[in-house]
Design a protein around this ligand. Structure first.
Ligand SMILES: Cc1cc2nc3c(=O)[nH]c(=O)nc-3n(C[C@H](O)[C@H](O)[C@H](O)COP(=O)(O)O)c2cc1C
Length: 205
């Protein structure tokens, strides 16, 4: 089993990556593999609501990580998204990519356990975390929790390692993710719940 971890920080030695690695270390100790996909520093597109993903089965923009992440998500059993906190929110590039990834590939995310992680210097991480979890909540993704909100503190690169409670929270998250994944995959093939056909609001078709 494998967990895809998205690192939304553009910084090379980011605190977000440190937090993700702590989750990953714990996953490995519990026999579960992981891969970190970095957002990098190149420009990314926002969703232009063209609807072409419905025909193509992928996002129309191929020059940023969205479709690469989709391929990684396809071969993963769970998703963890880590974000730095920018003005009390996930950074804009990460939000743009996640919106396109989930809109174009909702079937790849469906029923896969998910967790968000937010890093901040001082404040706004709970709101950033809320933004991430809003995306998981309408993809049928069971959300994995920890002993505290999934928050780690740090400003300069590497400082997150000094937040011992934050790092402990990451390890607890990794253990809970491993526990849930093992429960879900106890029986193969997994019997996911059936979905009803979508019933859109009567006044918006
Ligand atoms: C544009 C920008 C906005 C930021 N806004 C906040 C904020 O609202 N609250 C906060 O506590 N830290 C804020 N920070 C600090 C970062 O969240 C902090 O440095 C964090 O460790 C960055 O994570 P990273 O190392 O993974 O990139 C901001 C940093 C930048 C560059």
């Amino acid at each position: 089993m494998k967990v895809l971890m998205i690192n939304g920080s553009p910084r090379a030695n980011s605190n977000t990556r440190l937090a993700l690695e702590e989750v990953g270390k714990t996953l490995k100790e519990n026999g579960i593999d992981y891969e970190i996909a970095n957002i990098g520093t190149k420009p990314v597109h926002g969703c232009i609501a063209c609807g072409r993903c419905g025909e193509l089965g992928r996002c129309v923009f191929d020059d940023d990580p969205c479709n690469r992440w989709a391929a990684l998500l396809a071969e993963s059993n769970a998703l963890v998204v880590g974000t730095p906190t920018y003005y009390g929110q996930p950074n804009g590039a990460l939000l743009a990519l996640m919106q396109r990834l989930l809109y174009s590939q909702s079937h790849l995310a469906m029923h896969k356990p998910a967790a968000g992680i937010a890093i901040c210097r001082r404040g706004g991480a709970t709101a950033a975390l809320q933004s991430l979890t809003m995306m998981f909540q309408l993809q049928h993704m069971p959300m994995v929790t920890s002993q505290y909100w999934n928050i780690v503190y740090g400003r300069a690169e590497g400082q997150a390692a000094l937040d011992s409670e934050g790092m402990q929270t990451m390890r607890a998250l990794g253990r809970n993710m491993a526990f849930l994944l093992k429960r879900i995959h106890l029986q193969e093939p997994v019997q996911y719940p059936e979905s009803e056909p979508w019933e859109p609001m009567h006044f918006i078709r």
